[in-house]
Design a binder for this molecule. Structure first.
Ligand code: ADP
Ligand code: MG
Length: 253
């Protein structure tokens, strides 16, 4: 099968008056349609830069990016970026309103998403009246409002406390699978990556190179990330990937 999204030998540096920051060096990987792929690597290695290149916000300086067919991207970030003085309904319908596509069909779809993901009763509330987890669900619905095929998720759970983070990551993983989206998740949390992904790309420190690409085959994936975390294969994947991310010479240095 032809890959949906493919990066081949992508390199990128930030050019600043005070010098050059080489962020990406020869990055290659592919993403299939409907696949959930995670990028893991140390802080500052270039993960967000990869998403910005995919989104067209930065242009690769070397290498090629191939996208087969029409791919529309939706984004989700660490901060939910909901507008505080607008209701949840206003927030999630803003995208379609700007794109002049807030018709009865879109409204129905948004109502369905709110209902499906437990936010119907909160649509007239303001973001500050919701829990962190509910806000992230609302942010995901806002992202889904324009019906993108591919979600670029940049550490969307990092601002949440650990318990909430587990639950929200589980929720959001399920929603993305149910909605048949392709997803590229940036995280520095290996457990989170294993519990959500079909494939993990391990990146080195800056300039980022691909250290390992690993398919994650854990049979109970559709049951959600909490079930995956309990499966024996989870620990095995964790061990292998942990070693890739923490080579012995770096640990003792
Ligand atoms: P990550 O998301 O993995 O934490 P980033 O992709 O944000 O890493 O950044 C990679 C490197 O590029 C970091 O050293 C960061 O400081 C630098 N960087 C990111 N954005 C810019 C920018 N706009 N200008 C200059 N340097 C940047
Ligand atoms: Mg980042």
């Amino acid at each position: 099968m032809e890959p949906y999204i493919s990066l081949q030998g992508v390199s990128f540096s930030y050019h600043r008056p005070d010098g050059e920051i080489e962020a990406l060096s020869d990055i290659s990987f592919t993403v299939s349609k409907g696949e959930f792929v995670s990028l893991v690597g140390p802080s500052g290695c270039g993960k967000s830069t990869i998403l910005s290149i995919l989104a067209g916000l930065n242009a690769a300086e070397a290498g090629t990016i191939t996208i087969n067919g029409d791919v529309s991207f939706g984004y989700m970030f660490q901060q939910d970026l909901l507008l505080p003085y607008n209701t949840i309904w206003k927030n999630i319908s803003l995208g379609p309103a700007i794109h002049k596509s807030l018709n009865s069909e879109t409204k129905k779809r948004l109502e369905e998403l709110l209902y499906k993901y437990g936010l119907s009763q909160f649509k007239d509330k303001f973001p500050g009246q919701l829990s962190g987890g509910m806000r992230q669900r609302a942010a995901l619905i806002r992202t889904l409002a324009l019906n993108p095929d591919t979600l670029l998720l940049d550490e969307p759970f990092s601002a949440l406390d650990y318990q909430t983070r587990l639950l929200v990551a589980d929720d959001i993983g399920k929603i993305i699978r149910q909605e048949n989206k392709t997803a590229i998740l940036v995280t520095h949390d290996l457990s989170e990556a294993i519990s959500l992904s079909d494939k993990i790309i391990v990146l080195s420190g800056r300039p980022s190179r691909v250290v390992k690409i690993m398919d994650i085959n854990i049979p109970c994936k559709e049951k959600g990330s909490l079930a995956v975390r309990k499966h024996p294969a989870f620990g095995e994947y964790f061990q292998i990937l942990w070693k890739e991310m923490n080579p012995p010479d770096e640990r003792t240095a």
